[in-house]
Write a protein that binds this ligand. Structure first.
Ligand code: ATP
Ligand code: MG
Length: 447
């Protein structure tokens, strides 16, 4: 029997003691045990117990019914943390995600239904005993990811496990066991039943990880999952940009170069070149001042985000960043060019465009560039001068036009847009007097 100390928060021991004191066997399981065995200090400790949900609710003062039908009760610890306590379960019938579960009598049954050996290790907080019938601790030491039981069966039961396998392998840098890999690859084109939400959640978990997401994303590609779920990205694999670089590799390195808490930025980094393979002449400049591939990429990225049922806000931001990443006014650009650029990119987004651009530079050149730093400095200086970037920022509006005797009508909008053009070129013009004077001049010209 293996005895170890995994040093859980004191509340884990207290909760286990209360349950065991009432006669219910109780163990820590899942991710926390795995991560503690790896020497980390996990935050979320989940417990599994012989006690039924009603027993758990009776034994603790402050509980939250998180998923009673699945046997999960949240116990609020004195440390303010919510600990999930779940009754031993077994799968009675598995059908995709709609697995029907029943309560089980033993820990071993509960461990049996878990996906990978490294996730199927239990630890008793009171005795320190490690219960590991599938050899998960050893797999963790050897750096191997394996399903519990027959991989083909386990993947057929729940295709989400294909994505989970890749994510755990990437995150912990594990080798996927041969049989598990073979059946995983065979499952790659059978992910059709997975809901958009699950696929998106998995992608967000991959991109939200502190380890380089490229490790998992490379496995997505090698396994065929990328082709099945993200054909737009698969099209980038093996496709070269103007300087001969592989688009997929550039996107992977870009994601790695973005801090993990910036999810939208990481999505934009992953997708910023998707328009390239879809464009005949990728660097042809479009009207709105961005290259064709970037404009097309924005549209493709937006569709991909919507397919994943990502929020409108996330989809719009990612699409905008993808469309705008390609053009940054250089350090020597005239201020008026910077103001035009800011009008296009928006005050809410220009910092993200600069961050994305920095990550792309690091991906391509191995480090940030002095030129980009200076460009950013110049842009910030222009922003600090609070330039008018929309008609709302003009020193006059409809009321002032009316007061100056300009006949009201649709002309107002046009006049204000023309004024914004003038003010973009020459910010000093943005005073009521000067703007009215300009309008009156225009009126005279017209008469
Ligand atoms: P993370 O750090 O990503 O939360 P985790 O191992 O805690 O990792 P969860 O998704 O929180 O993962 O699930 C908790 C545990 O439940 C897993 O460790 C595993 O034992 C089990 N589990 C979760 N999803 C599945 C699944 N689809 N099939 C089988 N077992 C699963
Ligand atoms: Mg977890």
């Amino acid at each position: 029997m293996d005895i170890v100390d995994l040093r859980p928060p004191p509340e884990v021991r207290r909760i286990a003691r209360r349950l065991e004191g009432a006669g219910f066997e109780t163990w820590a399981v899942g991710g926390a045990v795995r991560d503690a065995l790896r020497g980390e200090a996990p935050e979320d400790w989940d417990l599994t117990t012989a006690a039924r949900p009603a027993d758990v609710r009776r034994l603790f003062k402050r509980t939250v019914p998180i998923g009673i039908e699945h046997g999960t009760v949240g116990v609020l610890g004195k440390d303010g943390h919510l600990y999930e306590v779940t009754t031993f379960r077994r799968d009675v019938e598995t059908f995709g995600r709609r697995a029907r579960v029943a309560f089980a009598d033993s820990l071993d049954e509960d461990l049996e239904r878990r996906d990978f050996t490294i996730n199927a290790v239990a630890w008793n907080p009171l005795s320190g005993e490690l219960r590991d019938p599938h050899g998960g601790a050893e797999d963790l030491r050897r750096g191997v990811l394996r399903t519990v039981g027959d991989p083909a069966e386990r993947f057929a039961e729940d295709r989400l496990r294909v994505l989970r396998a890749l994510r755990f392998a990437g995150r912990f840098d594990l080798e996927i066991d041969e049989a598990t890999w073979r059946d995983l690859v065979a499952s790659a084109d059978r992910l059709g039943n997975l809901s958009a939400e699950r696929i998106r959640e998995e992608l967000y978990k991959v991109l939200g990880g502190q380890e380089p997401p490229s490790r998992t994303l490379r496995l997505y590609e090698r396994s065929g999952v990328l082709a099945a779920l993200y054909p737009e990205l698969q099209a980038c694999v093996g496709c070269k940009d103007a300087s001969g670089r592989d688009l997929w590799e550039v996107q992977l390195s870009t994601v790695d170069a973005i801090p993990y808490h910036r999810m939208v930025l990481r999505l934009a980094g992953l997708l910023h070149l998707v328009g390239w393979p879809a464009t005949d002449d990728p660097s042809e400049v479009e009207q709105e001042g961005v290259p064709a591939y970037a404009a097309v990429g924005g549209t493709i990225a937006w569709r991909l985000m919507r397919r994943l049922k990502a929020s409108n806000a996330d989809s719009d931001r990612v699409a905008h960043l993808v469309a705008q990443h390609a053009v940054i006014p250089g350090p020597d650009a005239p201020d008026v060019d910077v103001r035009r650029w800011l009008r296009r990119v928006g005050l809410d987004h220009y910092r993200d465009v600069l961050r994305l651009r920095r990550a792309i530079t690091i991906a391509r050149e191995g480090e940030g560039s002095e030129e980009l730093l200076q460009a950013a400095r110049h842009i910030r200086a222009v922003v600090r001068a609070r330039p008018a970037l929309s008609v709302q920022d003009l020193a006059i509006g409809g009321n002032e036009l009316r007061a100056a005797g300009i006949p009201a009508g649709p002309l107002y909008g046009e006049i204000l847009r023309d004024l914004l053009e003038r003010v973009t070129e020459e910010p000093a013009l943005n005073t009521p007097e000067r703007l009215i004077a300009i309008v009156q001049e225009w009126q005279q010209d017209r008469e």
